[in-house]
Ligand binder design. Structure first.
Ligand SMILES: *Cc1c(COP(=O)(O)O)cnc(C)c1O
Length: 386
């Protein structure tokens, strides 16, 4: 069986985890800081907060930016539901911006059109969440310049993109955003089983993220609103959550980080090889913007349905029947029943819907062998000839 994504756990990872299990701190210990520092060193941001999932990171990022009732958050429909749900957790409303037909990322031209209209109607978004789909960075310069003009804040959902680069700088340096979030779910580029992180360069946002991650509680006298009673003392100064990552997970993260560049480089090798092996087939290969060095979390092909006799569903079923566990990223969020109840409907975001009719994520992970890759290619070739 060849899955679309697969984690890589080495003996060094296992040793790192076991070491924490033998130590005093299973949580709230030194491995958290080590993991945060290793991600900061890699991506070049100033502050990092490890949390128990990217979904939690998105939630506290929205809260830190003051998103609440009456506010709007805009994102792409072509993402995992968490990129939009975070707004609903805060009592805010969600809207979507259609995708670019080449990168499949949130389209800056569509964003601008929608902003012009929203300004007239007095419903500009407070937060926009660009998602670096498959690891390919969005057009962040264009999105940032719109944010300067229209006053919205930016959370980069880089769940797919750790290890990627935009205009020769690492994803996560927050040059074009307020906060960047990462996911460490096992299918992502590096893993902590469950886990996520929020990074920022802004000191005030950092204070908020730190509080929100752990109950809104502080032991820092500077953040307290009245004098300390004694050495046992802490103060709750905000309503936060328990979104903490454990040291067991963080130790795994530190160990995985040492292989991040290697992983992404291997993903690029696999992609180059797919580009070569699949070039004669009636499919559209993933286009890479010259400004981007993708993290290549996913390798998405699009079927050219007018050139083949078979259907999208049949290609899927055929490949899965041959134990090639392909997948589809993503079902347009606005067509989910929960979102349809808010008034969204099929036809609202045609590029994302067209993509959904054609897209298939074929296996892509760093430990995939050449033989496995050839098998994927052979099965896909056969599937298209049905
Ligand atoms: C995986 C993913 C998330 C959620 O990540 P978790 O760590 O599982 O909460 C959010 N956004 C995108 C784009 C993702 O791929």
């Amino acid at each position: 069986m060849i899955r679309y994504g697969q984690q890589d756990i080495t003996q060094a990872d296992i040793d790192a985890v076991v070491e924490v299990l033998h130590s005093v701190n299973l949580t709230q210990g030194p491995a958290i800081t080590r993991f945060e520092e290793s991600v900061l060193a890699y991506c070049g941001a100033k502050h990092a907060f490890a949390v128990n999932s990217a979904t939690s990171a998105l939630h506290i990022a929205c809260l830190a930016l003051g998103l609440g009732e009456g506010d709007w958050l805009w994102t792409t429909p072509n993402t995992f539901v968490a990129s939009a749900n975070c707004a609903l957790y805060c009592g805010a409303k969600v809207d979507f911006v259609d995708i670019d037909p080449r990168t499949y990322n949130l389209c800056p031209q569509e964003l601008e059109k929608k902003l012009i209209k929203a300004e007239k109607e007095g419903r500009l978004p407070k937060v926009v969440v660009p998602v670096h789909l498959c690891g390919q960075p969005c057009d962040m310069r264009a999105i940032k310049s719109l944010s300067d003009r229209y006053g919205f804040r930016i959370i980069e959902d880089a769940s797919h993109a750790i290890g990627g680069r935009y205009r020769d700088e690492p994803v996560g340096n927050c040059r074009y955003s307020d906060i960047t979030i990462f996911s460490f779910h096992p299918v992502k580029i590096i893993t902590t089983a469950e886990g996520g992180m929020a990074v920022t360069n802004d000191d005030q946002l950092a204070t908020q993220l730190g509080l929100l991650r752990s109950h809104g509680i502080t032991r820092d006298p500077e953040l307290m609103t009245k004098p300390m009673d004694g050495p046992w003392y802490y103060q709750q100064v905000a309503l936060g959550y328990n979104y903490r990552m454990t040291d067991i997970q963080a130790a795994l993260g530190v160990s995985q980080m040492t292989r991040l560049s290697e992983y992404v480089a291997r993903r690029h090798e696999i992609a180059a090889s797919y580009n070569n092996l699949l070039s004669d087939l009636p499919i559209t290969l993933p286009w890479q913007h010259p400004d981007s060095y993708s993290g290549l979390h996913l390798y998405v092909i699009r079927l050219q349905l007018d050139k083949i006799k078979t259907t999208h569903l049949d290609v899927f079923n055929y490949m899965r029947s041959k134990d090639i566990i392909v997948n589809l990223h993503y079902i347009p969020i606005h067509t989910q029943p929960y979102y349809e109840k808010m008034g969204f409907k099929a036809g609202d975001f045609p590029e994302a819907e067209k993509y959904y009719q054609e897209a298939i994520s074929i296996p892509m992970y760093p430990t995939m062998t050449d033989a496995q890759q050839n098998e994927v290619v052979d099965v896909l070739r056969a599937a298209l000839q049905q």
